[in-house]
Design a protein around this ligand. Structure first.
Ligand code: BGC
Length: 783
């Protein structure tokens, strides 16, 4: 989509200069605004045409029965689905009785700009109505980063050639009709009219709607008010019905005269608060927004982003498209997480209903690495949310006859929402992924309060799960059988290496942290014998190795399986999950997404450089990347083993996943994990950043197309800037006390007085590995 000439390449904007209705739904996801709390798809102001209307509130969902042909023990009976709540974006316009609708009349000029420096969506249209009246319409929309319940739109109409009477109908609309989602398993369920009205009100320039969901018992309030500037004859009135509140603003306009409306919106929701409490909450939020005013909201937004880009920006020389894409990615990551405040970060953020609005391991494994090093408070919040669902996770473990906590594979509220065991609960690695994110956050921040209040309990409960999930055999090996690793084209396997290495880390981290805080550990019921049992399991964990091939098998039996017949698989048959039975996939060597390769990234300490190179060469020809979660990891390891062109190509795939709609499902929302992967590929891949043992280490190396890479990050209360060129890397400590970091294994001391520069050693990589026919990433040259 962005490859179309109507999209321009700019450092800080995503600009669309023509409106193409065939990709409207896709652009609604790209142009979505959110703050982790409230999310608005980039729907056109007048509401129609739309691809998919969407207004989402974090954790606002409806419950629905999960249908089974044959229900099994432990299968959840109901699931959760994010719902489209009251739409406050709508500003319908009538120009001399003619509805402003881009499908009629003539669009003379159209532009939409996602301005990621200022955090707003701008739109300008020049439109001639079917009867020949021409108007300029412009709008600026924001979802406030500083006032988490607030969104606002500034909307202007100006006739160009003749006097006109305009009517703007500004609305709050509940229970909008939604288009069907199709059969793609990655989509979401559509629940018709899920909201029941409890209160509707309209007065003067303002209005309010309060609804509740029928089954999940959540209550939502939405309120709006307007600041209006128009000619003296401007007339305003408001009306309400159970599902719609409308404010009519009518004005006669001469050419050159303008009607300007600022619409303030506020949302509030809760599973517990009463109707009057929600009412008061949204009215209060609205009144702060009004007091701040439009200019004030813009200024706050800019200041928030100044601070963010000041310590999180990534600069690239040599590839302007990647530069644009990585800033777009960082902006959406910020939008997904910055004001989540102990609520989850869904796989699509708050940009669409894909994957039912669920949160997966994507958050801890792919999103939090970027968040931890750029806006760490949000990483702590996301992990505090995990901690808040510990009761449900403990209950799930109990139901499964295990100890500790078994976190859900996909959920909104904490209960397992997947009905397919092999690719959900069996992917027990999610528990170790959460533990890993906990330790990375603590190492990166030294947040001791978090460690004691939240971190230790998460480590303890997940370690308990592993201890009760695995078993020791006669030879003393600790084995974990019958689980699914990250690669969902293998399932219910024994000793998946990724799972075992991550569980090992989880068990050791729980033991070490429990020893550091004996009182907190004691309060959690941990004693010395339990700590010993974790340590023993960690020491004895079984990591299979295939001596014959000299590679690490993804799981114990993986390399004994027949290799998938790639030669006869046609391009249309990908993704394989839509065209082949799982039975066939499970018994062949074919990898959906990085699995052993991800183990080599997150547990790089468990492999020698030679093993990494050999394993990478073995798994590349088997990996089809039917998941958007793969390319970034492959980029990181490709960079580490010196396959820089390949790493660069994978970076392109991760970075353009949404802008090019590579998976053909960006209509349902953007892929937050893949966007975070663009950052990961650059910072952890070409920057070679790792955090291990509390130490920040770097092993940078650039592909020839990128002539300079500079990135900022926060680490232990300091801000660092790293600049990499082909020959050297320089490290600047921008703020905070002196810090020792590592460059290719050697310590360097950083102080604020001067930067330290070190040469980049040469690497001799072997021949570039191949991928399954037709599955190589697009070879990029920086044009
Ligand atoms: C991937 C999972 C991922 C999920 C949500 C699936 O296609 O295989 O690993 O968690 O998508 O992004």
């Amino acid at each position: 989509m962005i490859q179309h000439p109507s999209f321009t390449i700019e450092d800080w904007n995503i600009r669309e200069t023509e409106l193409h209705l065939d990709v409207l739904a896709q652009t609604e996801s790209i142009f979505a605004l959110a703050n982790g709390h409230v999310g608005l798809r980039g729907n056109l102001d007048e509401g129609e045409p739309y691809g998919l209307p969407g207004t989402y509130l974090n954790s606002f969902y409806e419950q629905r029965p999960l249908p089974y042909a044959e229900i099994g023990y432990g299968d959840p009976e109901s699931g959760q689905t994010v719902i489209n709540v009251t739409n406050g974006k709508v500003l319908r316009l009538l120009v001399d009785d003619e509805p402003f609708d881009v499908r009629y009349g003539r669009v003379q000029r159209h532009e939409r700009v996602l301005d990621i420096r200022n955090g707003v969506l701008r739109r300008t249209v020049c439109w001639t109505s079917p009867v020949g009246r021409t108007v300029n319409v412009s709008s600026v929309r924001l979802v406030s980063f500083t006032q988490r319940a607030v969104a606002a739109v500034s909307y202007e109409v100006e006739p160009l050639d003749a006097p006109v009477r305009v009517v703007v109908q500004s609305e709050l609309v509940a229970n909008e009709t939604l288009p069907a989602m199709g059969k793609d398993p990655r989509g979401g369920a559509v629940l018709p009219s899920s909201l029941e009205c409890e209160e509707h009100q309209a007065e003067g320039t303002s209005g309010l709607l309060i609804h509740h969901t029928r089954v999940s018992g959540l209550r939502v309030g939405a309120a709006m008010d307007h600041h209006i500037e128009g000619p003296p004859e401007t007339f305003v009135e408001s009306q309400s019905t159970p599902d719609v509140v409308r404010t009519f603003i009518t004005a006669p306009l001469q050419p050159g005269q303008r009607l300007r409306i600022v619409k303030f919106l506020a949302y509030g929701w809760s599973g517990q608060r009463s109707r009057p409490a929600i009412h008061d909450q949204v009215i209060a939020a609205l009144s702060v927004a009004r007091l701040t005013g439009w200019e004030g909201l813009l200024a706050e937004q800019r200041a928030y982003l100044d601070a963010f880009w000041g310590h999180g920006d990534v600069e690239i020389e040599g590839d302007p498209q990647i530069q644009q894409a990585v800033r777009f990615a960082l902006f959406h990551i910020l939008q997904a997480g910055c004001r989540g405040e102990q609520r989850p970060i869904p796989a699509k953020g708050l940009t669409g209903p894909g994957y039912d609005g669920h949160t997966f391991w994507d958050t801890e494994t792919f999103v939090l690495p970027a968040v931890t090093l750029t806006f760490p408070h949000a990483a702590a919040d996301a992990l505090r949310w995990r901690s808040s669902i510990l009761d449900q996770a403990r209950e799930r473990a109990r139901l499964l006859g295990r100890r500790g906590a078994a976190f859900p594979w996909r959920t909104i509220h904490g209960e397992e929402s997947s009905g397919y065991w092999p690719a959900s609960t069996a992917a027990f690695h999610i528990n170790a992924d959460i533990a890993y994110a906990v330790t990375q956050y603590i190492e990166a921040t030294e947040d001791r309060v978090f460690e004691q209040e939240v971190g230790l309990e998460l480590l303890v409960e997940t370690a308990r799960l592993w201890r009760s999930l695995g078993c020791q055999n006669a030879e003393g090996q600790f084995r974990i059988n019958g689980v699914t690793g990250p690669d969902e084209y293998s399932a219910l396997v024994d000793n998946n290496v990724y799972t075992n290495l991550m569980a090992q880390h989880n068990l050791s981290a729980a033991a070490e942290t429990a020893k550091r805080y004996p009182e907190v550990a004691q309060a959690l019921g941990v004693d010395a014998a339990e700590i010993d049992s974790w340590q023993q399991a960690a020491e004895r964990i079984f990591i299979p190795y295939d001596q014959r091939l000299g590679v690490t098998p993804q799981d114990e039996a993986f390399t004994e399986h027949e290799v998938w017949d790639f030669a006869t698989t046609t391009p249309e048959q990908y993704p394989l999950l839509k065209n082949f039975p799982y039975y066939d996939l499970y018994r062949k060597q074919v990898v959906k997404q990085a699995d052993l390769i991800l183990a080599m990234h997150l547990r790089g300490d468990a492999f020698t450089p030679e093993q990494k190179a050999r394993n990478f060469a073995y798994y590349e020809p088997l990996t089809v990347r039917d998941s958007s979660l793969s390319a970034a990891t492959q980029a990181v390891i490709a960079a580490e083993v010196g396959q820089l062109q390949l790493a660069y190509d994978y970076l392109g795939e991760a970075a353009f996943m949404d802008l090019y709609d590579l998976e053909h499902n960006v209509r349902d929302g953007i892929h937050i994990a893949s966007l975070a992967g663009a950052w990961t590929a650059l910072v952890m891949g070409f920057g070679g950043v790792r955090i291990r043992g509390g130490m920040l280490s770097f092993a940078p190396r650039l592909p020839e197309q990128i002539t300079r890479l500079a990135f900022q990050m926060v680490f232990r209360g300091r801000c660092l800037r790293i600049e990499v060129t082909a020959k050297e890397a320089s490290y600047h400590l921008l703020s905070g006390s002196p810090l020792t970091v590592r460059h290719y294994g050697n310590d360097i001391s950083l102080t604020r007085s001067s930067a330290v520069t070190r040469p980049i050693p040469l690497i001799h990589a072997g021949p570039q590995p191949t991928q399954p026919p037709g599955r190589a990433p697009v070879a990029r040259s920086a044009s």
